[in-house]
Design a protein around this ligand. Structure first.
Ligand SMILES: C[S@@+](CC[C@H](N)C(=O)[O-])C[C@H]1O[C@@H](n2cnc3c(N)ncnc32)[C@H](O)[C@@H]1O
Length: 276
């Protein structure tokens, strides 16, 4: 649906994409691999508040292109990806997302914010969407929506999940139910409509022979993150049970028994109006 809509927007010139919270540029790779970007010229502005992330984008995309039918040419801070029929020029920008959107007089055909709204804040959504041209699209995939589960069960699971989400909610802009809240905000907005919503949950699990790839490393990182978050609360309310929960979960990673599930929403919509 998104690919077809974008293909219809290229008559007037290059397709203009703004990604906020772009990290190290993985969404560029995905949109290319999924064939969502039209076979034309694409100007892709990749904004992230973390300078190290945006600084890594040219090298990462150059490495991604090698071994594919894609030629990468980095220079002057940008990277140009050229493949059959399609040229994507990625311009990495170190900036805060809302400040960037508010401070530009440019408009975009597509706004992307992946795994961002739970840290940015749903209140910022209208400001971001106002940078989209009439008839253009917004896409907020993998928006966290209040589910953090570990199995097998441990008696402290619910208390850990509640404390972890409380920590998220206490951060400036933090929202452990960002997916539902963004959906409601966008559904009721006057100048845009929601075109599609679906779950994009993660299920990280062992198969019959242990974890298939680097899941153990990833799960170790997740457990460190939970431990760090609960450690920042004045009182996580678990007492010594937290130590047992963490030790049990780490043992279960080592023995490839732990499954981790999170609930997220993909949100896609369109700003009212027709392209100029
Ligand atoms: C969970 S990561 C997602 C990265 C990327 N979208 C992906 O899915 O691979 C969130 C990213 O948002 C960035 N970020 C957080 N707050 C931001 C803000 N206010 N403005 C711009 N970027 C922000 C972080 O630096 C981080 O790179």
């Amino acid at each position: 649906m998104l690919g077809e809509g974008l293909a219809g927007r290229t008559a007037a010139g290059p397709l203009r994409v703004l990604e906020v919270g772009a990290g190290v540029g993985t969404m560029v790779e995905r949109l290319w691999e999924w064939d969502v970007l039209p076979e034309t010229a694409v100007e892709y502005t990749a904004v992230d508040v973390d300078e190290a992330n945006v600084g890594a984008i040219p090298d990462r995309l150059t490495a991604w292109a090698s071994g594919r039918a894609v030629t990468a040419r980095a220079g002057g801070g940008t990277v140009e990806l050229r493949g059959p029929g399609r040229t994507v020029t990625v311009d990495p920008v170190a900036a805060e997302a809302s400040a960037f959107a508010a401070g530009t007089d440019r408009e975009w055909d597509l706004l992307v914010g992946m795994a961002l709204l739970d840290v940015l804040g749903v209140d910022r959504v209208p400001g971001l969407v106002s940078a989209v041209a009439p008839g253009g699209y917004w896409y907020f995939p993998v928006t966290f929506d209040g589910g953090t589960r570990f199995v097998p069960d441990h008696p402290a699971d619910r208390a850990v999940e509640r404390a972890y989400h409380r920590h998220m909610d206490g951060k400036p802009g933090g929202d452990s139910r960002a997916g539902s809240h963004a959906l409601e905000r966008l559904r009721t907005a006057a100048t845009t409509s929601v075109e599609g919503v679906a779950g994009s949950d993660w299920v990280v699990r062992p198969d019959g022979d242990g974890y298939p790839g680097d899941e153990a490393y990833f799960l170790g990182y997740v457990l460190d993150t939970v431990e760090g978050a609960l450690g920042e609360l004045d009182d996580h309310g678990l007492g010594d049970t937290l130590d047992d929960w963490l030790a049990t979960r780490r043992r279960q990673v080592e023995s490839a028994e732990l499954t981790y599930l999170t609930h997220q929403l993909d949100l896609l919509g369109r700003v009212d109006g027709s392209p100029a």
